[in-house]
Design a binder for this molecule. Structure first.
Ligand SMILES: [Mn+2]
Length: 122
């Protein structure tokens, strides 16, 4: 599979509070999942998050201050790099990350109203 780009933003939003946005390039847009805690770096840790609206690819390179709107606050890049999709169904994505922090195989799995994100292999 071709490698695509991803970014994880540490988003200190004035309204929503601190969260982490996992943003994956997919089909010409950035798919976005928001988590309260940092993405897991170890096997055995699960994060529950909620999918957000798709974003424009320009956000891949964004870092800084958002002045207005729902996301107003500060966004820092927590990790970025490339990833590939190993498996994709409507309810489950198996992804391989080649980031500085996110490395290895991860699963995004639809769960209740949201998604679980966890690492399965180094
Ligand atoms: Mn956000």
């Amino acid at each position: 599979m071709p490698r695509l780009k991803f970014v994880v933003h540490e988003h200190d939003a004035r309204r929503a509070g601190l969260h982490y946005d996992l943003r994956l390039e997919m089909g010409g847009v950035l798919k976005d999942w928001a988590f309260r805690k940092q993405p897991p770096l170890e096997i055995g840790v699960k994060r529950y998050g909620v999918q957000q609206e798709d974003h424009d690819l320009m956000w891949l390179d964004f870092e800084g201050e958002i002045k207005e709107g729902y996301g107003a606050g500060t966004m820092r890049v927590w990790d970025r790099g490339e990833y590939e999709i190993l498996e994709s169904t409507g309810d489950k994505l198996v992804l391989r990350f080649y980031g500085s922090r996110l490395k290895g195989t991860y699963v995004l799995l639809r769960f209740k109203e949201g998604w679980l994100f966890f690492k399965t292999r180094a």
